[in-house]
Design a protein around this ligand. Structure first.
Ligand code: ZN
Length: 442
């Protein structure tokens, strides 16, 4: 009996010692908590938000204090006291409105402190300087008269009072970036943008946007006169013969089209693949040369007849039944078979290859978001990244992609979006709407 009691007390003693060591290790650990910010915080604007994550892997977080000091005055921005140990990770949202705290523009110091639940109360502090800037950029437009056409292009020029992180033009919800240029009067911003085909006075809002490094933003509404434009309606009859001739080309490229009927394949090409191709083009056109590479009006293919125009609303029929719809975002030009195709203006080739409904395609970047696209080619005689001059031979017409006969499908893009090429081909339009505007805003 006595022996077993002795044995039991030994076990209890060992257990207590182990518990003591474990508690000592937990509470007296010397590992400092970590502080993480979800982004660099250098500037504090009119309203600045960021996240602070406190991490303590061993004892857990006891408290977090966030403050900002200016002129010797400390303002608590956020604080957290956890009632119990063991919480290893906690994220705090910091939201600073300098006006509410009585901070003025200039420097200030940020302080973050995190303490853990160990007996030692391991604490990590982080202090860094920030610049309070609550003045939004001032936008001063340099060009004013904007006569626009639905589906057309427009350019605006303006100056900004300070360096910005983002600026351009917003057409409804689509953003078109601006490019800077140094002129005698200082740095000016130039933004080319596309007007939607269905735009009217009632549904169109155009504004210049600028956002500085502190996140302060300004908007300036752009005034415009929009003309009325009616687009053509085109009835496209799809014959069995067309499907038999055309669909195998697509079935070669897109294997899943082999398992469905020719008519179903046509519908999928005209909707899904058309959409995919558009996304590819828009992605390609997100990167552009920051300077204007073109000079004067763009060239229209020589001795070619116009077969279809920009904005044509096409309805497709098969045996009298409506099967599909699309909007034609270019101009179809037909000449002789395998006719030479010239670069419509100077630029850099940014795409060559097969592009679904467009077939063999070339895209040329003319700078500042302006591009030309040549589709249905039988041959491509240039390479990606090649610099081309205005009128330089780049390929030959054909009927690759969704083309019934040999022709060139020519598209123009402004700000990376399809626009009516007619304007860019017209020296008068170019002069009045681009050259003159750029000249008066030097
Ligand atoms: Zn076309």
């Amino acid at each position: 009996m006595k022996k077993s009691l002795k044995y039991l007390s030994a076990v209890v003693l060992i257990a207590l010692v182990c518990l003591g060591i474990w508690a000592f290790m937990v509470y007296c650990e010397g590992e400092d908590p970590a502080i993480l910010l979800n982004r660099d915080v250098i500037m504090i604007g009119q309203k600045t938000t960021f996240d602070i994550t406190a991490i303590d892997k061993k004892s857990g977080i006891r408290n977090v204090y966030v403050d900002i000091s200016q002129d010797g005055k400390k303002h608590t921005v956020n604080a957290l006291n956890l009632p119990e140990k063991g919480i290893n990770r906690e994220t705090l949202n910091v939201n600073i409105v300098p006006e509410d705290l009585g901070l003025h523009d200039g420097t200030a110091t940020f302080g973050i402190s995190v303490t853990d639940y160990s007996l030692r109360k391991n604490t990590t502090t982080s202090e860094f300087e920030v610049v309070v800037d609550t003045v939004p950029p001032r936008i001063s437009p340099l060009s004013f008269s904007n006569y626009i056409n639905p589906g057309g292009s427009c350019v605006v020029t303006y100056r900004l009072s300070e360096e910005v992180s983002r600026s351009g033009v917003e057409v409804n919800s689509t953003f078109f970036p601006s490019y800077t240029e140094n002129t005698a009067g200082g740095t000016r911003n130039i933004s080319y943008f596309a007007i939607p085909v269905d735009a009217s006075n009632k549904n169109l809002a155009i504004r210049i946007l600028a956002e500085d490094n502190a996140g302060n933003s300004s908007l300036y509404p752009v005034s415009f006169h929009i003309r009325d434009k009616q687009f053509r309606r085109d009835k496209m009859n799809i014959s069995q013969r067309f499907l038999e001739i055309k669909m195998p080309e697509f079935q070669q490229m897109y294997k899943y089209l082999r398992e469905i009927s020719l008519l179903e394949a046509f519908s999928r090409i005209n909707t899904e693949i058309r959409e995919q191709n558009l996304k590819t083009i828009e992605t390609i056109c997100e990167n552009t040369h920051p300077e204007q590479l073109w000079e004067g009006s763009f060239l229209r293919m020589k001795n070619a007849a116009t077969m279809a125009t920009f904005g044509d609303r096409r309805t497709y029929y098969y045996e009298g039944k409506e099967i599909s719809k699309s909007v034609h975002m270019g101009v179809d030009l037909a000449s002789t078979k395998n006719a030479p195709v010239e670069a419509s203006n100077a630029g850099i080739v940014v795409f060559t290859g097969y592009l679904g409904i467009y077939g063999n395609t070339i895209i040329i970047d003319h700078g500042m978001g302006t591009f030309s696209l040549y589709a249905h080619l039988s041959s491509i005689d240039v390479q990606k990244e090649q610099t081309v001059g205005k009128g330089e031979m780049i390929g030959h017409t054909g009927n690759t992609g969704m083309a019934g006969g040999d022709h060139l499908h020519f598209s123009m893009l402004a700000g990376g979006k399809f626009v009516n090429p007619l304007e860019w081909w017209d020296p008068h339009w170019m002069n009045d709407n681009i050259t003159e505007k750029l000249a008066v805003s030097q």
